[in-house]
Design a protein around this ligand. Structure first.
Ligand code: TXA
Ligand code: MG
Length: 343
């Protein structure tokens, strides 16, 4: 299959400009598209055969359900059976945006999208291209991240091409994603909201409106409630070690000694920021000082480590909160929980 490429200026995207891509969705094909978080791999959520093709293209385990994307809050009852008041409140504050609500599904959502669960994950993306595509298609779009299963999520069209060229009908290139880590997933079906995956909308932001909200994302280990969180994710070919602490000198010293111990390997180091420390790695990449910068670059940096043939990646993190919680969650997974805390 030849993968069609459409380039679009996200600021100027309209449903009319995306009609070709929308037609592919309507006829049961797969289209990768940008969102404010990461690129998604979309199909008509109401077309079960089309949704099956997503699992195949990604090599995704079929027990891992997908997020259904809609263009407007007014469309929510097309996919779920009820919207509890707490969900309405959060939607008013944070949607469109990087947050996904787990709600009771309605009958029109097939079991392939939800992997047989009686709940459905729903998100209203804020990205202009994503919304224009959904509007043009005229159906909700089921979409996981547009990477091969287990690879870092794609934050630019070139990453999608690396993984998906020849496997899907179309890639819409709308430039780099702003946020860079996937949406916050929040379960709204219980007594109080439970965050299953940290993301751009943080627990602190949610608690401001619903103080009873809790996190069940444990930075390490399995979270069976959200099936996707149990797989090793976001992994480059190299093995990853995270070095974390609040005292930067201690963290850098540990990174130096790990580089020395692993001298036989090709080592890539991901640092927040420049340093005078003599780090003897094969290459050093910089993620930026703030949690948001780290989030926006993380997956691209992990892919760059592969391009540079790293065998070992050593990544610096700290324990600040906010979106850094999402950064740590993703990077811990890429490291298969190989995290060294230094004090
Ligand atoms: O930002 C994002 O969320 C991106 C963009 C494309 O929207 N999408 C994304 O999809 O990250 P994916 O499939 O890579 O992650 C969806 C997560 C998985 O961890 C999945 O297990 C969980 O949401 N999920 C989906 N449906 C669920 C449900 N009914 N109950 C619990 N978890 C669910
Ligand atoms: Mg994913």
């Amino acid at each position: 299959m030849v993968t069609k490429k459409i380039k679009i200026d996200s600021q100027k995207a309209t449903p009319e400009l995306l009609n070709d891509a929308a037609e592919i969705i309507r006829s049961g094909g797969l289209v990768a598209f940008p969102t404010e978080t990461v690129y998604g791999l979309g199909a008509d959520a109401f077309n079960e055969e089309a949704v099956k093709k997503i699992y195949k293209a990604k090599g995704r385990p079929s027990d891992n359900p997908m997020i259904v994307h809609i263009a407007d809050k007014g469309d929510i009852l097309n996919v779920c059976s009820e919207v509890p008041p707490a969900a309405r409140l959060l939607m008013e504050k944070f949607s469109p945006g990087p947050i996904t609500y787990i709600l009771k599904k309605n009958k029109s959502v097939n079991d392939t999208v939800t992997a047989g669960l009686d709940t459905v994950a729903v998100r209203i993306p804020s990205d202009n291209t994503a919304r224009a595509l959904i509007k043009a298609a005229g159906v909700p779009i089921a979409a996981p991240s547009a990477n091969l299963s287990g690879k870092p999520s794609p934050t630019r069209a070139a990453h999608v091409s690396e993984d998906m060229d020849g496997r899907i009908e179309c890639i819409i290139d709308g430039g780099d994603c702003d946020i860079g880590v996937e949406s916050t997933v929040i379960d709204m079906t219980g007594e109080f909201p439970v965050i299953l995956r940290p993301g751009g909308i943080t627990i602190e932001m949610i608690k401001e409106y619903i103080p009873s909200a809790v996190e069940n994302t444990r930075l390490t280990g399995d979270i069976p409630k959200s099936p996707g969180m149990k797989y090793r994710h976001y992994a480059p070919n190299a093995s990853v070690t995270v070095v974390e602490g609040d005292k930067r000198d201690a963290v850098l010293k540990k990174i130096c000694s790990l580089c020395e111990e692993n001298g036989g390997k090709r080592i890539g180091v991901i640092l927040r920021d420049k340093t005078e420390f003599p780090i003897c790695a094969d290459f050093i990449l910089y993620a930026g000082r703030t949690g948001s910068e780290y989030a926006s670059k993380l997956f691209a940096l992990l892919r760059e480590c592969d391009d540079k043939n790293a065998e070992l990646v050593i990544a610096e993190t700290d324990r600040s909160e906010g979106i850094n919680t999402a950064v740590r969650n993703r990077i811990y997974k890429s490291a298969a929980d190989n995290v060294i805390q230094v004090f």
